[in-house]
Design a protein around this ligand. Structure first.
Ligand SMILES: Nc1ncnc2c1ncn2[C@@H]1O[C@H](COP(=O)(O)OP(=O)(O)OP(=O)(O)O)[C@@H](O)[C@H]1O
Ligand SMILES: [Zn+2]
Length: 613
């Protein structure tokens, strides 16, 4: 039975028509995006646009099931549309290849044509951008994301419920510099050292011109106090020079031996002399390179060394791989000038794998496979196709509330739930009711509107007058650009006669505040038009004081209430499992309903730096 009939069975004709008449945008045609596209088609949305900036890579094929081997290098969005075109005779499908944050290709008017937007992205920056656009145009956003077996779907109804920025996001872990440079104790420390320190030092953007001249002490150029650091920098510059010399003429490969000897033996011996470092730690052992070199000489078929990604290589094998990768990268340096680490560039990956393993060996840390180092260096948690499919399904289903409730955001917000993975074995997913926006949120706490202005002809002074008139502000206003360039305030009126086009373009944002700072800040998105239309806004009093009090209260509550809601039951979790926060911003508050304890997607507690997939 075609799905069309299921939809007809479940909903009455009027509701089905709402789906047919609606236009949605899906941002991202990766793991979740491919799944969502299929789901949205089966729901018979009238028009589905899908957008992605990327082309298909071999590594996508194991989970992005709309793509085949023959599609590698083709546009993700176009290929996805071609793959599903035959699924539906109802949905009109439109593909866009480009960056969602490109305001020229995708101006505000592009976003405004949609009834709902679905995010299936893999990075915070783009997610935050779409979130902000949705706040401007007050369009509901279904936000989704997965990390391995974890995942979540958050329906966002602008200004009614929490936006994507309302809950602070965890940032990748950082390590103290001294751990990375001097006292590593985990594989990730060695991977970070070889990827972020040794690799860029040898193949990164430093050009010959930036290096101190031969014999010149770098200390003369800088004011660095630490002599040891400067000496180390000078020595690394020497190494870099060797690499550059070799890439020019490529006389012999002995410079690689020099690098190995310096970084894995000489530098370690120097560290050992700093006795304080080793009072409470196991000491490293400088690499006995002579011994290992001799071993490598005895290895058979060394030229055709083929090693598995999934096995741990011996120290000898790591040394051989390090030598080969360094030589290959050095050859490339003559053409490329500088090389960036890329987990999918085998030369750079093998350099990082072997260098981190040799360092691990020296410090008595377990060695890792190439596969494992790739995950760590690429900040990857492998994507799980099933988690993507489940979260995509929830995202599609969550959208129904909006459409069956006549596109009423308040009603849909009350009916909707946030979905996230469960850490409790009896359940696979949890849900919690949506809560109101966070007053401390930098995005939600701003009053926003879209102003239509003839920027080519209207002077800044006339624009200021229009603002004062619309917002009945007896006092004056300040006007600044979104990058905080002040255009006007009561004692800076130099620009009043100049046309707006001198400062802003179509789609730019202006920040407006009253000079007494009694009212909230306003963000006005400027749309180019023939006339001047300043949007009527409900500008609340300035809320800074209230924010602080509210924030303090919330923190205290969070610590006291390490509880989560599973369905409607309260389960006590032991401390570290999920990071839970408890809030009074329930949508039910207005009805004096029960206070909702809300679970946030757990912040990853692992040591490795991670990003959302
Ligand atoms: N600014 C952006 N504009 C448009 N598309 C974007 C933007 N940022 C990310 N994307 C797309 O979002 C999708 C996210 O999908 P997914 O998480 O499966 O990542 P992937 O790149 O396909 O896989 P992986 O990162 O695991 O190699 C990708 O196809 C990516 O190209
Ligand atoms: Zn917010």
């Amino acid at each position: 039975m075609p799905f069309d009939s299921h939809i007809r069975k479940i909903f009455d004709k009027e509701t089905v028509d709402v789906f047919h008449d609606s236009k949605v945008l899906l941002v991202g045609a990766g793991g979740i995006g491919c799944e969502l596209l299929k789901d949205l088609i089966t729901m018979n949305y009238g028009e589905i646009h899908i957008l992605d900036l990327d082309t298909i890579d071999l590594s996508n094929l194991n989970r992005q099931f709309l793509f085949r081997q023959k599609d590698i290098k083709a546009s993700k969005s176009l290929t996805a549309v071609m793959a599903v075109q035959h699924f539906s005779h109802i949905s009109k499908l439109v593909a866009h290849h480009g960056n969602i944050m490109d305001a020229v290709q995708f101006p505000l008017s592009f976003f405004q044509q949609f009834d709902m937007i679905f995010n299936a992205l893999d990075n915070l920056e783009a997610r935050m951008y779409v979130n902000k656009v949705c706040l401007f145009i007050k369009t509901p956003l279904m936000e989704s994301g997965t990390t391995g077996l974890k995942g979540q779907v958050q329906p966002i109804y602008p200004y009614s419920t929490e936006c994507f920025a309302c809950v602070p996001k965890s940032t990748p872990k950082t390590f103290p510099l001294c751990t990375i440079r001097s006292t590593p104790s985990k594989p990730v420390h060695c991977v970070t050292w070889s990827k972020n320190f040794l690799f860029p030092q040898l193949f990164g953007p430093d050009t010959v011109e930036n290096l101190p001249q031969k014999g010149q002490d770098a200390e003369q150029d800088g004011e660095a106090a630490d002599k040891d650091l400067m000496q180390e920098a000078n020595e690394l510059f020497e190494l870099k020079r060797k690499v550059l010399d070799a890439s020019d003429g490529f006389k012999d490969a002995s410079f690689v031996d020099d690098i190995i000897f310096k970084v894995f033996a000489e530098d370690i011996s120097k560290l050992l002399r700093i006795e304080d470092l080793w009072k409470s730690r196991a000491k490293p052992t400088p690499l006995d390179y002579g011994k290992y070199r001799a071993d490598i000489g005895k290895m058979t078929d060394i030229e055709n060394l083929k090693l598995s990604d999934q096995n741990i290589w011996t120290v000898q094998e790591n040394l051989e791989i390090f030598t080969k990768a360094t030589l290959r990268l050095t050859m490339r340096l003559s053409k490329e000038r500088e090389i960036e680490f890329d987990k999918d560039d085998d030369d750079t990956l093998e350099f990082v794998v072997s260098a981190s393993n040799i360092r691990s060996f020296v410090f008595g840390i377990p060695l890792k496979t190439k596969f494992a180092v790739k995950q760590i260096a690429g900040n990857i948690i492998p994507a799980v196709a099933t988690t993507n499919a489940i979260m995509a399904g929830f995202s599609a289903l969550s959208s129904i509330h909006y459409f069956i409730n006549g596109k009423n955001a308040e009603v849909a917000a009350r009916a909707s739930k946030m979905i996230f993975d469960s850490s409790v074995p009896e359940r696979f997913v949890n849900s919690s009711k949506l809560v109101r926006s966070n007053f401390n949120c930098k995005q939600c706490s701003i009053t926003r509107g879209i102003a239509c202005v003839d920027i080519d002809h209207m002077a800044l002074g006339a624009f200021r007058d229009a603002l004062l008139k619309e917002y009945h502000n007896e006092d004056d206003v300040s006007i600044a650009t979104s990058d905080s360039r002040l255009l006007y305030d009561f004692d800076f009126d130099d620009n009043l006669q100049r046309p707006l086009k001198d400062f802003i373009g179509d789609g730019d944002v202006l920040l407006i505040s009253d000079s007494e700072e009694t009212l909230d800040h306003i963000e006005l998105l400027i749309k180019k038009g023939m006339h001047c239309v300043i949007p009527p806004l409900d500008i609340p009093p300035f809320r800074e004081q209230a924010f602080e009090e509210d924030g303090e209260k919330e923190d205290a509550e969070t610590e006291d209430n390490m509880k989560s809601v599973v369905g409607d039951e309260v389960v006590v979790l032991d401390g570290d499992d999920d990071k839970i926060s408890n809030t009074k911003r329930s949508l039910e508050d207005d009805d004096n309903g029960p206070m909702v304890k809300k679970v946030r997607m757990s912040v990853n507690d692992e040591e490795d730096p991670i990003i959302l997939d």
